[in-house]
Design a protein. Sequence first.
Length: 249
Amino acid sequence: MTKRAVHTVEAGSIDLGGRSLPVTVRVDRRAKRLIMRVDPSGRVRITCPHKRDIGAALAMAENRRDWIGSRLDEMPTPLPFMPGTRIPVLGRDRLIIHCPKQVTPKLEDNALIIGGPAGKDPTASIIRLLKREVQAVCRSRAEMKATMIGVEIGRVRVRDMKSRWGSCSSKGDLTFNWRLAHAPTAVLNYVVAHEVAHRRHMDHSSAFWNLVDLMCPEYRDHECWLRDEGRILFRYGAEPVETASFEVA
């Protein structure tokens, strides 16, 4: 993926029932139109093609306050990473169990074991564990799929991505959203296939989708799942970062 020319502006705020919602405008020359998203903290994020569109972006936020309110109402209720909570991790429901003698979190068959003082918030350490686990799974699957279609991949990284489930750079580096840890394994497999296919085609042409189909024949079902159900992945753990709309790039 070629580097985008982007510029982010804190463009002000709008009033929603007495609540002030900050508006961030991201100028991206590759954007085709104004795109508005809302994150659970109440921040309105708008992407537009040109700086001259910033005024139109603010007007869009003002004119669509009802839509913004409805999106906030639809956000999934966060489920904290606390002992006694059951969460999906890499295809299995795991019960979070506190064990004082456990130094660092670890996964077992049906459990996620945490340590440390009772009552200490384990969120940060659990996220680090999930990032490591997702990175290992994604690298293994990416290498297998790359061999299948005769391409090479670079580094495999896992991040808290703002608006994507995955991405592929022009150098072949793959990046995945750590929240895929909570997705069905078949969905994670699809996202990996999608990004590996970009090593051959840096677009979404029919040739690209043919490669995705070769690696993941049921990809349409998984694409639909991400579109319709993907936001539930943001209810687990820390307060969700973003939005009513995510994409696989």
